[in-house]
Design a protein around this ligand. Sequence first.
Ligand SMILES: [Zn+2]
Length: 219
Amino acid sequence: MTTGDSTTRAPTHPDILEVRYQPGFHLSAAHSLVALPAGAVFAKLTFPPLTNEPAPTWATVQTGRDTHIDLNSDLVYCNHSCAPTLEFDMHKFEIRVARDHPNGGIVVGEELTFFYPSSEWNMSQPFECRCGAGEGICKGTIAGAKDMGRERLKGYWLNPHIEELLDELEGKPNGAANGTTNGAANGTPNGATNGAANGAAKEEDAKKKKKKTKSCVMM
Ligand SMILES: [Zn+2]
């Protein structure tokens, strides 16, 4: 989420990204200085520089159903794209190369983007997307996952709190319904090893983890 910030601040992640500054709101962008395969960890998120924020703003990233953080670093220049190169996992506090990256990974110089509704339920400032992902891929107005619904979010990796809130919106009880959607979204990396038999246990595990993460964030 970008600002029209000045260029005076020292780079916060000089080993992995550079910010290409452009005059104008939301036009500056982060570009990769490294090549990494799909699914690889690009950066870990830690407090500090992260700070908890009481409410969503144009600069925050949502970490749970009621929790938001400010990145306070050049990572804020990772813009939205409907064909993102990164995943912001706000429960594991890590940024990964998108697992379905069309070229199998990021290359040096590539723009670093993520899909804002993967973390944002209800965005403070909806906007008309100009990601250039093309017809049928670009989602148009981006206003958070709440307004998009499950159908338009199909195929995207989503943070657990977004999956949970979508289930609630659809009136689904947590449980069996959750299993299928999580399964589909997370299928590729774990698919081969985690068979159907493990599904139920995994789901329980995932729930426990969710709770843990949430209480950590609250502190
Ligand atoms: Zn778009």
